[in-house]
Design a protein around this ligand. Structure first.
Ligand SMILES: [Fe+2]
Ligand SMILES: [Fe+2]
Length: 183
C-alpha cells in the first residue's frame, strides 16, 4: 500500500492560531522541551569551555611551531563561539533561556578545562583533541536521542558535529602520540 501523506489542515490552522504564544514550536515538535533545553544548555556550556581553552592556548602558545598551532586554535575558537551562539539562539526559539552563568559552566560542560604549560604545544594539542573526541561522542548521542522529535535541533547539532569532526581531524594531523599512547 502506498504511504499516503494525510494532514488535517483545518485542525492545524486552528491550533496555529490558538497557540501563537508558543512561537515556532508547534505540536509537530514532539521533543520533551524541558529536557531538550536542559541538554542544549549543556552544549552551550561545553562550547564556551572549548572556546575559552582554545583562545587561552592560542594566546600563550610558545615554541618553534607556535604560529601554525596558534592559528589553528584561533580558528577553532571562532567556530566554537559560533556553535555557542547558534545553540543559544535555538534554546531561545524553543521558549527557553540560554544559561550563560559562568558559575555553573564547568559543571554543565561535557569537556574539561585543561591548560598545559605554555611551551608544551603537544600537550595543548592533546587536550583539545581529547575534548573534540568527547564532544563528537556526546553530540552523536544527542542526535540519536532527538531522533525525529525535533528535526531542526537535530540538524543544528548534526551541522556542529561535522565541524567538531573536522577539528579533531586537524588536531590529529598535528598530534604526535607519546610512547605509551602509540599503538
Ligand atoms: Fe563546537
Ligand atoms: Fe570543536
Amino acid at each position: 500500500m502506498p504511504n499516503q501523506f494525510a494532514i488535517d489542515v483545518t485542525k492545524i490552522r486552528e491550533e496555529a492560531r490558538r497557540n501563537i504564544t508558543q512561537g515556532p514550536v508547534t505540536p509537530a515538535n514532539t521533543a520533551d522541551l524541558e529536557r531538550l533545553i536542559d541538554v542544549l544548555n549543556q552544549v552551550v556550556a561545553t562550547e564556551m569551555v572549548c572556546y575559552l581553552r582554545y583562545t587561552q592556548n592560542a594566546i600563550v602558545a610558545q615554541g618553534i611551531h607556535r604560529e601554525q598551532v596558534a592559528d589553528m586554535f584561533r580558528e577553532h575558537a571562532g567556530e566554537e563561539l559560533d556553535h555557542f551562539q547558534r545553540v543559544s539562539d535555538r534554546i531561545n526559539q524553543l521558549g527557553g533561556s540560554p544559561d550563560m552563568d559562568p558559575a555553573t559552566l564547568v559543571a554543565r560542560s561535557h569537556t574539561e578545562y585543561e591548560t598545559p604549560a605554555e611551551t608544551d604545544l603537544q600537550g595543548m594539542i592533546r587536550e583539545n583533541f581529547v575534548a573534540e573526541r568527547i564532544v563528537i561522542e556526546t553530540y552523536t548521542e544527542i542526535v540519536r536521542w532527538i531522533g525525529e522529535s525535533d528535526p531542526t535541533t537535530r540538524r543544528l547539532i548534526e551541522d556542529i558535529l561535522k565541524e567538531e569532526e573536522d577539528h579533531a581531524d586537524e588536531l590529529n594531523d598535528l598530534y604526535q602520540p607519546s610512547g605509551s599512547e602509540s599503538a
